[in-house]
Design a protein. Structure first.
Length: 142
């Protein structure tokens, strides 16, 4: 009979440890997805700086579009294009035409929003060249 109690205690302990591990893996997955978004945004910002630097060096005009992905050569692999409504897909990039925002929709449903800035009066001058930059707005929760 004592062995049954020992076995039950071991099963409960393993169950608790498994739950803790799964919760930690879930948090880590969210953090990895955020890091991936930040990496993509950094690549887009570098592309924007290249366009502006090219214009500053050789002249010409900047693109008229408010979609930053129309400015750069490389786009994220999971970019679905310009849309009027939020797509049903998750873990995708899209450009919201109505709000004029580049958006990443996370797997958990919340959205990271970014807006192309063309004026020099930005609060954060990080990654802003000649007044052009990609600013992160407040995330939206569903």
């Amino acid at each position: 009979m004592r062995r049954y109690y020992e076995f039950a205690v071991v099963v409960v302990l393993i169950g608790i440890l498994a739950l803790v591990l799964l919760k930690a893996l879930g948090r880590m997955s969210n953090e990895m997805e955020e890091a991936s978004v930040q990496s993509e945004v950094s690549a887009i910002r570098i592309g924007l700086m290249e366009v502006v630097a090219h214009r500053e060096t050789f002249g010409g005009s900047l693109p008229k579009s408010d979609n930053p992905l129309e400015w750069v050569a490389a786009r994220p692999a999971n970019y679905v294009g310009e849309v009027e409504v939020v797509p049903d897909s998750k873990a995708v990039w899209y450009y919201d035409r109505r709000a004029k925002e580049l958006v990443y929709r996370f797997r958990d449903g919340h959205r990271a929003r970014f807006r192309l800035s063309r004026d020099g009066n930005v609060d954060s001058p990080r990654a802003v060249v000649a007044g052009v930059g990609l600013l992160r707005l407040e995330d939206q929760r569903e």
